[in-house]
Design a binder for this molecule. Structure first.
Ligand code: ADP
Ligand code: MG
Ligand code: MG
Length: 213
């Protein structure tokens, strides 16, 4: 059972990789407005590294927690940059809810998503309104926890949470960046949504589709 969970995690990482790669150009364009333009590359390289590391851990018989630990390390290393370090930490934190020897329920998956996304807020230290990933993460977590609590339906609650996160990410277009590299060019960012918030919400939307399929 635990091997099945580990294999499912690699499948989920592969969905993130395919989605990041599909949107690489778009994420890069968003980051080029007030940042250094490398967010598409960071997300594509990071997620690709995570899949490779996760897959090789599975081949060596690793369980869910260990797979996410290796995948998170690889994401941070291959992506470089602020968002890569935060995504890497999120994967490692998500892994902490799994036991290598046990199976997983939808409840585990929701807790992994809540714990992983919370790590980004804790480690990044950004507050809502700073125009970062956190602006998408806060409503994502709120809706995911509430909806799953009410329905116990993983696919439906993740889909709703991702949709609300996407709206929140789009709404960051109205504010000036205060954190990360783009703080220097904060005013320039008005009119363009935060790249990290947009990529987070799009990747969670893709994950929701996987859960629903
Ligand atoms: P870099 O800024 O190092 O080039 P990326 O371009 O990959 O890294 O990522 C930029 C994104 O990282 C931003 O759009 C923002 O969402 C996110 N980010 C930057 N700093 C923080 C922070 N302190 N907390 C949360 N997210 C952050
Ligand atoms: Mg950048
Ligand atoms: Mg950079």
């Amino acid at each position: 059972e635990s091997r099945e969970v580990a294999a499912s995690i690699v499948e989920a990482l592969e969905v993130l990789r395919a989605t990041a790669s599909e949107h690489q150009e778009y994420f890069g364009r968003l980051d080029a407005v007030a940042g250094d333009g490398d967010h598409g590359q960071g997300m594509a390289y990071g997620s690709r590294g995570a899949v490779q590391a996760g897959r090789s851990a599975v081949e060596k018989g690793a369980g869910a927690r260990t797979v996410l630990l290796h995948a998170g390390d690889a994401w941070a290393e291959e992506a470089g940059g602020t968002s890569g370090a935060l995504w890497g930490a999120a994967l490692i934190a998500a892994g902490s809810v799994f036991d290598d020897a046990e199976g997983a329920t939808p409840d585990h998956v929701v807790r992994a998503l809540l714990t992983g996304s919370d790590a980004i807020s804790r480690l990044g230290g950004a507050a809502p309104g700073d125009k970062t990933m956190v602006d998408a993460i806060v409503p994502f977590r709120e809706v995911l926890a509430t909806e799953f609590g009410a329905t116990a339906d993983l696919a439906v609650s993740t889909r709703k949470a991702a949709a609300v996160a996407r709206e929140a990410a789009d709404a960051t277009a109205g504010i000036a960046a205060r954190r990360g590299r783009s703080r220097v060019l904060g005013e320039k960012s008005v009119g363009t949504p935060d790249p990290g918030a947009v990529s987070f919400s799009i990747l969670m939307g893709a994950l929701a589709e996987l859960f629903g399929s």
